[in-house]
Every structure is written in structure tokens, then in C-alpha cells.
Design a protein around this ligand. Structure first.
Ligand code: SF4
Length: 396
């Protein structure tokens, strides 16, 4: 998988480049090669690099702090509006520090304006998406970390796209900056507010792009002017079960929540639904998830997409409860998610009575479980579906 810096022989996540014959499918789209790198942005630079770049423009260090205050403190990347910045150098600073990394292609609004899903175009015409969801007590942004995904889960629209490339830290952070600005301007129904939560559950496998997502986590959680000041406790990093990534995250000692997309309680079934399981099986994944809980003291979310007749029966719920209870009480929270079916696929959503039964069995076994609300059902809510549609349209 291309979390890998091409110069490194040992991938940071422990995943080797797969190809279709590997233990898991690591699909690269045909247009993967020779895309180049996204322009370097303020959010990609270290403090020293920013100071150096400013120096090249003849600007003193404090000008970098001003830029950071606008960017992180006011979610503003439009240097032309920075009235405290020398007018003669605004254009140059805009080019140097704030190249446009994401441009809106379409926006879909649902749930009476409380959900906004945006499709973004990147510098190389790649498409990614993010979803902003307002709830009574919080506003959550779901962001993408890769263009496509190489994990090949057969029920998933993003999986069908294959992996095009990793996103840069700047591209990831920009999704957050724009959403925070939208909230501040009151573009989401309910009036002006604050973006309070960020989840890495959009396109891609975050652990496959570890370095960039960790840079983004730091910039999201640091207080202004170093970051947006969204508490690390309100950030969720999801994974399909990349064990070395989970272990590395635990060593960071940043209290982000971990979400593991389990989707099946046994290796037999999970091998089919999540090809990565052939690399890291359910025991290895649950061991790592429980160790993360011990290290972080944060309850781990277990994501479980309910698919009709496949993984949603009583026997599956009982086995899931048994496997989680094996590690003790109250360390995990299960989020069964009604699958949002993709067009033309055999994988479809569970019957409501099966969803209820699944939850009941977990609850009776003492497992915390909440049916996850599927925001945006009426706007192609399945992860990656919007980007997949656009790509199909482009290919026509
Ligand atoms: S379900 Fe998640 S890990 Fe699997 S292909 Fe889709 S985006 Fe990738």
C-alpha cells in the first residue's frame, strides 16, 4: 500500500505493496503513476520551514505567526484579506504558503440542511469528499485521508475505486479548515457554531497514510496559533485493522479515539468481507485494539456494517459479544451501521428486525452498542459513493 514513502524499504505501517495477488488486495488505479505531489502548503511545513520561506521573501519571523493566527485561529487562508499583513507582499505570500489544494465540485445538502457532503477536486483532478454533520450537541466532520482506498472491501464504493494516492497533510487539514469556516459563517442550518469533532472515516485507510494523518491530528488539536484547537479527545482515527498502525498510534500518547471496522466476528467471514483480515486476523486486531484502550484509557469504537443475511444474524451478534467480553468489560463500544447499499451490489442493508435483534443480543451480553445514525441517506451516503459516481461519469 502506498503509505509508503518510495524511498523507504520498510513501510511505516508494516504493509507491503500488495498487487492483486497479495494476501490482501491493494489496488492502484490506472491513473496512479506520474501524478506528482500536491503543492506544498502552510499546513505541510514545519515552523522552521515557514520561517525560512518567509525569510526568502524578506519577511521577519513574526509575519509567520500572523499567518498562523489567521489560518488556525480564524480559518482564513485568503491572504488578500489579512489587513495586518504588508499589502505589497500579500500576493507572494498567498502563492508561497496557501496554494489552493481543494476546490469544491459539488455540495449535497440533506437532513434539513444539517448535513452537507462536499465533493472536492484536488490539484491532479482526483476527487475526494468530506461530510459535515450537525447534531444538537456537536458538529462532526468526516474527512478523507487517501484518494480511493486499497483495502478492497467488496461491499464498499471506495474500495471499488482502488487506491490512487495518499493525500498530503495540507489536503487533509484544508478539509477541516474549510468546514470550520463554514460553521463559523453559519452555512450549516442552525446558525453560526463551532466544529467540535473530526472523524477520519471518509475515503481511505488512515493508517495507510500514517505520517500525514498524524501531522493533521496535531494541527487539528493544537491550540491556535499552532492548530485549530479541537480537542484530541474529539478526534477519531479509524482503521480496517492495520495492527502496526494501531500500535504506533498508542505510542503517540495523544488521546484520540480509535475506531476499528470489524464488520465480522470470525476470521472465516471477515476474510471475505475485509481482505486485510488475511494479513491481520481478528485476534491480532482485537488484541491491538484492547491494548490501545489500556494505553489511552479511551473506549474503542467497533464499527460493524450490518449486511442482510451475511453478518447480521443472532449467531454473529453472540460471537461478537463473546469475543469482546473475552477482554473484560466496558472497553469497547459497538456501532452497528445499517449498510448504505451501493448500486448494483449484492450487499444490502439488514432488515430492521435483524438490526434490533443484533443490538438486543449485544446489550444483554453487557456490551455498549448504539445503532449508528446514517446521516445523508438521501444523498449517496455510503462512503466514497459520491466520488465513485463522478468518476464513473468522467469515464463514460
Ligand atoms: S470499507 Fe473502508 S477500508 Fe474497506 S475499502 Fe471501503 S474505505 Fe477502504
Amino acid at each position: 500500500m502506498t503509505s509508503l514513502d518510495s524511498q523507504q524499504s520498510t513501510p511505516e505501517t508494516g504493509i507491503t505493496e500488495g498487487g492483486t495477488g497479495g494476501a490482501f488486495r491493494d489496488v492502484l488505479s490506472k491513473r496512479h503513476s506520474h501524478r506528482g505531489k500536491p503543492p506544498v502548503h502552510f499546513a505541510d511545513m514545519t515552523k522552521e520551514e515557514r520561517i525560512e520561506a518567509a525569510k526568502d521573501m524578506g519577511l521577519p519571523k513574526f509575519r509567520v505567526n500572523q499567518l498562523a493566527s489567521h489560518y488556525y485561529g480564524h480559518f482564513n487562508a485568503d491572504v488578500a484579506t489579512f489587513s495586518d499583513f504588508p499589502a505589497a507582499q500579500r500576493e507572494q505570500a498567498a502563492e508561497k504558503f496557501f496554494p489552493t489544494l481543494i476546490s469544491e465540485v459539488t455540495r449535497q445538502v440533506a437532513d434539513d440542511g444539517m448535513t452537507i457532503k462536499t465533493l472536492w477536486n484536488l490539484f491532479d483532478n482526483s476527487k475526494i469528499e468530506s461530510v459535515l454533520m450537525r447534531y444538537p450537541s456537536r458538529t462532526t466532520l468526516c474527512i478523507s485521508s487517501q484518494v480511493g482506498c486499497g483495502m478492497g472491501c467488496p461491499f464498499c464504493a471506495t474500495g471499488k475505486l482502488g487506491l490512487t494516492r495518499n493525500m498530503s497533510a495540507g489536503e487533509i487539514v484544508e478539509q477541516v479548515r474549510v468546514a470550520a469556516a463554514m460553521m463559523e459563517r453559519g452555512e450549516v442550518a442552525g446558525g453560526p457554531g463551532r466544529l467540535s469533532n473530526v472523524v477520519f472515516m471518509g475515503m481511505g485507510e488512515p493508517m495507510g497514510n500514517y505520517k500525514s494523518i498524524m501531522s493533521a491530528v496535531r494541527q487539528i488539536s493544537a491550540l491556535p496559533p499552532e492548530g485549530f484547537g479541537i480537542s484530541a479527545r474529539n478526534i477519531t482515527v479509524s482503521t480496517v485493522g492495520v495492527v502496526p498502525g494501531i500500535r504506533k498510534l498508542a505510542e503517540e500518547h495523544i488521546p484520540v479515539r480509535l475506531a476499528v471496522s470489524l464488520h465480522a466476528p470470525s476470521d472465516e467471514l471477515r476474510d471475505e468481507l475485509v481482505p486485510m483480515n488475511r494479513r491481520f486476523n481478528t485476534t491480532q486486531v482485537l488484541d491491538a485494539a484492547h491494548d490501545y484502550y489500556l494505553a489511552s484509557k479511551r473506549r474503542v469504537s467497533i464499527e460493524y456494517a450490518l449486511m442482510r443475511g451475511i453478518n447480521d444474524q443472532a449467531e454473529h451478534a453472540r460471537l461478537l459479544a463473546k469475543r469482546l467480553n473475552h477482554y473484560g468489560d466496558d472497553w469497547a463500544h459497538v456501532n452497528p451501521i445499517p449498510l448504505n447499499p451501493i448500486e448494483g451490489s449484492k450487499w444490502t442493508a439488514s432488515k430492521p428486525e435483524d438490526e434490533r435483534q443484533f443490538l438486543d443480543i449485544l446489550h444483554r451480553a453487557g456490551i455498549a452498542a448504539t445503532l449508528r445514525d446514517t446521516r445523508g441517506q438521501d444523498i449517496d451516503g455510503a462512503c466514497g459513493q459520491l466520488a465513485a459516481k463522478t468518476k464513473q461519469a468522467e469515464n463514460r
